[in-house]
Design a protein around this ligand. Structure first.
Ligand code: ADP
Ligand code: MG
Length: 682
């Protein structure tokens, strides 16, 4: 499935018409009128632009970058001219008043339309669609009412302040988006080329259509292409939102952003990185806006019943006193309009989502990517944090500290076999081996390959069964060995015999204990380590970092079950990990966090939060940012509701004039926007 932003779809029935025409050409397309998107099931349409210009000339595809680059010049211009007109109108109104009322009105009406025309237009459009009672409607009724009762400057001021709020909002969004984009760009994509049977790493941006590259298990496919050898299961959840594994084999089209889950495949590129990458980035930002926080959802639901209630109250105020107590109609009409102006829910509708977006932007400036406001919201409420060990608490790359040959092969050959196998792996243990790949002779060829998550690799090399991995892999293969201290040890097995033993360093990251201390300071109750590694090593790290507990020799399922039972017992959990074997538990935890720079793509794509760089202290920092964003949103809700309720009450008793109402509406909106933006600059 592919999505494109389009322009030129004017009405729902136009969308249906265009859709029908495209279907007649054999293209399975859906047009979403509200979101202005074209969704296609066909994965590779040769030339969409050409097709559209023939069969649907009225719509055009918006390039993803366009929306992000443009500075809101138009909004700024509109606001400036409206303010100028407003000032002119204010200066001349004492002279014109009573003499040339038509001219006086015209000046204010023009100023009003320049800044508020689109609000009125939107209100009318929604009204025609049967969609009453949104904030546009409220503002239109209230300001038109203000005109009716001769409160001209107030009506214009409402619209001017509202546009100012919108402009500030779009500026803040733009800044946040840019930081998110910069953070995503930081992750340099590499591809692996198969040259003479060896994998060579190359920057993905050098790949041209027609080039071949190999995708290892756990890697994200960086460029659109067609599989030319191998078969595997692909996880397309990033593209489709559904987490189902799809099997793919030779001849199948694969899209950038898909995760390779089970087998090594070779792909012929059909796109360049730029083209594949942009689409993925757009996806990410959109995804962020879809997963709304509870507070945002509350606001949407809230305004649905809030607006009708307010309109009813205003109606009562306008009619009951005059009808029952014979009061003057005009006076109570006036009060009713004041209530309408006060009660406009703009402050809530604009500022709460803005708080979260600004929070996301600020986090990304510090190298923390939140994939949606709901995660930003829930991370602040976490009380248990689970850590993976290898690559998370310990460094993202191991070093080989000892090589031993124990059988028929010399040391050099032992290293060659291990390096060949590890070059297909994305595990941190594999990195130092991969660096010795150039020493592997050309005749050694891998013919089948599979990775056992948390244990190692099994493959076939020139007809020999070769395996590299830890003790649990030896157990799985039924290879006998002497018990001993085998923490940090990796074995090479050829045809069921141990041929080599490697000792690997597994040093703690230098900020691990600091990161744990910071979490304690934030009041996190439980910090536990879940590792696939040996229990001796796990125990010594757990003591060193003073963790609350650990589970060792854990399979991916064990890790998931540990977090699951914590969730069942009412804890709010976060899991921080880096490997393919962490992907299931990252998905299961309330908030899944992945190490961005050394982590496997499978972990990064499943995660809700991605930490760039090698610093573990960012976990605590992310929680802090989340908490301060939640606070900020709560402040905005409380301030907006508090001021509004107080002013409505005053208005109902007639103790409020139009300027007070303007403050309650747009003044509070502006304050809330400033309050959110303040967070960006902290
Ligand atoms: P953790 O859960 O702590 O991140 P893993 O489950 O990823 O650790 O790995 C646990 C152990 O499995 C490693 O310490 C290593 O001994 C072994 N292992 C996993 N993958 C590989 C591999 N590709 N090559 C060699 N050993 C591996
Ligand atoms: Mg790990």
């Amino acid at each position: 499935m592919r999505k494109f932003k389009v322009t030129g779809v004017d009405c729902p029935s136009c969308a249906a018409r265009i859709e029908r025409r495209l279907r007649d050409t054999g293209l399975d397309a859906t047009i979403d009128f509200d979101l202005e998107t074209l969704i296609m099931d066909d994965e590779a349409v040769e030339d969409l632009h050409c097709l559209l210009s023939h069969h649907a000339p009225e719509i055009s595809i918006v390039e993803p970058s366009e929306g992000e680059k443009d500075f809101p010049f138009r909004g700024l211009l509109r606001l400036a001219s409206s303010i100028t007109l407003f000032v002119v109108a204010l200066l001349f109104s004492p002279i014109l008043h009573g003499r040339n009322e038509f001219f006086e009105y015209s000046l204010f009406v023009i100023a009003y339309l320049v800044s508020g025309g689109n609000v009125v237009f939107k209100a009318l459009k929604n009204l025609l669609r049967g969609d009453f009672f949104d904030e546009n409607f409220l503002m239109t009724v209230a300001t038109l009412g203000a005109f009716m009762i001769h409160e001209l400057p107030e009506a214009v001021a409402v619209m001017i302040f509202y546009s100012l709020g919108e402009l500030l909002e779009s500026l803040a969004l733009r800044r946040s988006r840019r930081s998110v984009k910069e953070l995503i760009d930081l992750r340099a994509d590499n591809v692996n080329h198969l040259v003479d049977g060896r994998l060579k790493t190359l920057p993905a941006k050098e790949v041209k259509p027609g080039d071949r590259f190999v995708v290892r298990v756990g890697d994200r496919i960086p460029i659109d292409g067609v599989i030319c050898s191998g078969r595997t299961l692909l996880d397309k959840s990033l593209l489709t939102g559904e987490s189902v594994l799809v099997s793919a084999a030779e001849g199948d089209v694969v899209l950038a952003g898909t995760i390779n889950k089970s087998g090594v495949i070779e792909i012929v590129a059909t796109m360049t990185l730029e083209k594949s990458y942009t689409s993925r980035m757009l996806e990410l930002v959109q995804e962020g806006s879809i997963r709304k926080s509870n507070r945002e959802r509350f606001i949407t639901r809230f305004s649905r019943f809030y607006t009708p209630v307010v309109v009813l109250i205003a109606l009562f105020v306008a009619t009951i006193p005059p009808l029952l107590f014979g009061e003057a109609f005009s006076e109570w009409f006036h009060k009713a309009f004041i209530i309408l102006v006060i009660s406009c829910p703009c402050a809530l509708i604009i500022s709460v989502p803005l708080s979260y977006f600004v929070g996301i932007g600020r986090a990304s400036r510090e190298g923390i990517l939140f994939k949606g406001s709901s995660f930003l919201e829930s991370l602040g409420q976490i009380d248990s944090v689970f850590f993976d060990k290898t690559g998370t608490l310990t460094e993202g790359r191991s070093r080989i500290t000892g090589i031993e040959s124990t059988g028929r092969y010399d040391k050099r050959r032992v290293v060659q076999y291990a390096a060949l196998l590890e070059s297909y792996s994305t595990h941190p243990v594999a990195i130092p081996f991969t660096e010795m790949i150039s020493d592997v002779p050309k005749w050694m060829k891998v013919s089948s390959y599979s990775e056992v998550a948390g244990s190692g690799i099994v493959a076939e090399v020139n007809g020999k069964r070769v395996a590299v991995g830890n003790k649990s892999l030896l157990n799985a293969l039924g290879v006998g060995f002497e018990e001993g201290d085998d923490s940090g040890r990796v074995f090479l097995v050829i045809d069921e015999r141990i041929e080599g033993v490697f000792t690997l360093s597994d040093t703690l990251r230098n900020d691990s204990s600091e990161a744990i201390a910071e979490l304690r300071k934030l009041g996190i109750k439980e910090i536990v380590m879940l590792t696939g590694d040996h229990s001796d090593r796990a125990a010594s790290i757990s003591t060193e970092l003073q963790l609350d507990g650990f589970i060792s020799e854990a399979t991916p399922e064990d890790k998931m079950r540990a977090v699951e039972s914590a969730i069942k017992s009412g804890k709010r959990t976060a899991f921080v990990g880096d490997g393919i074997n962490d992907a299931p538990v990252i998905a299961r935890a309330d908030v899944g966090i992945a190490m961005g720079s050394s982590g496997a793509d499978a972990a990064i794509e499943t995660a809700d939060v991605v930490l760039s760089g090698e610093s573990l202290s960012k976990v605590a920092r992310a929680i802090e940012i989340s908490r301060s964003t939640n606070r900020n949103a709560a402040q905005n809700i409380a301030a907006a509701l508090g001021v509004k309720l107080a002013f409505i009450a005053l208005g109902a008793f007639g103790l409020m004039n139009m300027w007070g109402a303007v403050f309650a509406d747009v003044g509070v909106t502006l304050l809330a926007v400033f309050n959110s933006v303040r967070m960006l600059n902290k």
